[in-house]
Each structure stands twice: as C-alpha cells, then as structure tokens.
Design a protein around this ligand. Structure first.
Ligand code: HEM
Length: 199
C-alpha cells in the first residue's frame, strides 16, 4: 500500500494525501484498505441490488436511465430497504429514559438495528415499498449518522450513480429473486442470487 501511495498520481485520491494535513494520529495509507472494501464490496453490493430492483420495474428503469438524480434516489432507496451495515454500535453519553419508563445508564453499549429502523411500520407510510421519490430522508442510517457518519457518501453516490448508468445501458438481462410491486418487499435480498448479462 505504502509503495502505491508513494507513486500515486496527483489526480488520484491517494495522490491528495500529500496536500492533506495530517498529524501523528492520522494514518492516511491505512485508510486505503477501507476504501477498497467500501467501494469494492459495499458499494458493489448496493449497486447490484439496485440493478435487480430496477430491472423488474420498467418505469423506474426508464426514469433511472434518463435522470441522474432519480438513479441516485434508486440507489439510496435500495440501501434503505436492504442496508449493508445492519447494525451500528454506539455508547450512550448520558442517562436516557425511554418513553415506556425504562432507564439506560450513561456508558451503555447500544446496537442500532438499521434493518428494523428503515422498515419501522409506526414511523413510515410505506416501509416495504420501493419508493425512490421519498429516498434518503432521515432517520435512515445506511451511511451511519452523527460525528462518525460515513465520509465517503459523496464518492459512493457519484460512483454508484455512474456505474448504474453504464450497467443499465449495457444490461441485456438480470436474473434475481422476484421483487413484486404489489407485495411487501422481503427483508433480505441475497446478492449472490443476482446474475447480470451485459452486452
Ligand atoms: C455504498 C457505499 C457505502 C456505505 C453503505 C457506507 C456505510 C458506512 C457506514 C454505515 C459507516 C459507519 C458510520 C457510523 O458509525 O455512523 C461508514 C463509515 C466509514 N466509511 Fe463508509 N460507506 C460506503 C462507502 C464508503 C466509501 C466509498 C468510503 C471511502 C472511500 C468510505 C469510508 C468510510 C470511513 C473512513 C468510515 C469510518 C468513519 C469513522 O468511523 O470516523 N465509505 N460507512
């Protein structure tokens, strides 16, 4: 990794390390493993799943092909329905009383289940429907939240939207689990079960 960073082009992300302020606490080269994972696994899975949904909805497919913003919305909506980070870990900084009366002391380890929060039947009008026009509104946490929120959001959206366009233009057929428009969407979408044939 260090070798690659030393020879990185000035117009590459790694090339920007040279001009980016850092201290003894920062480990820019150490970030690269995360970038490769985040772009190569996380984003790839989300893009593939988006392709699987859109391929089964001709109206969404046409709109996504013609409109960059709608394509991004399709990606985000897919991430709401099937978030790749299913649990977020946090620690409470103060005592919290739940509406039901329970007390959680400060310093408690908490897990936030995005898979539940993104489909909360009490908080959302159509939790189990693919609705890109409403995508991305809070309280969805597919990119996390607060101070630790994913710093790669813009890069992920930009890259995912661009790849989806090429994929939609060149895709001949997508084989995927059935995702009917008139039924609640399943809580899991196995990306290993998605096959794409491209021209
Ligand atoms: C669709 C793609 C991606 C998804 C779904 C995603 C999701 C997430 C999530 C859920 C977190 C935890 C945030 C929290 O705890 O609040 C996170 C953290 C992080 N992400 Fe991403 N990410 C994606 C792409 C990227 C990309 C492309 C990069 C960089 C090139 C990146 C870099 C990071 C880093 C460095 C952190 C750690 C932040 C910290 O703890 O301070 N991510 N991401």
């Amino acid at each position: 990794m260090g070798e690659h960073v030393r020879h990185a082009g000035r117009d590459s992300l790694a090339g920007w390390f040279t001009d980016t302020p850092s201290t003894g606490w920062t480990d820019p080269t150490g970030q690269l493993t995360h970038w490769l994972f985040a772009l190569g696994d996380t984003l790839a899975i989300n893009t593939l799943r988006t392709l699987a949904v859109v391929a089964q909805r001709p109206a969404d497919r046409s709109r996504a092909l013609a409109d960059d913003r709608y394509r991004t919305a399709c990606l985000l909506e897919t991430m709401r329905l099937w978030p790749t980070t299913t649990l977020l870990a946090r620690e409470t900084r103060r005592e919290i009383r739940w509406p039901g009366g329970g007390l959680v002391p400060a310093g408690t380890q908490v897990l936030i289940a995005s898979t539940y929060q993104h489909r909360d039947p009490d908080g959302l009008e159509h939790p189990d429907t693919f609705a890109p026009d409403a995508a991305g509104s809070p309280p969805f946490v597919h990119f996390g939240g607060g101070r630790q929120i994913c710093p790669g959001i813009s890069l992920a959206e930009l890259t995912g939207t661009a790849i989806l366009r090429v994929a939609l233009e060149h895709t001949l057929a997508v084989t995927a689990p059935r995702l009917p428009e008139d039924e609640p969407l399943p809580h899991m979408l196995d990306f290993f079960g998605i096959r794409v044939a491209v021209a």
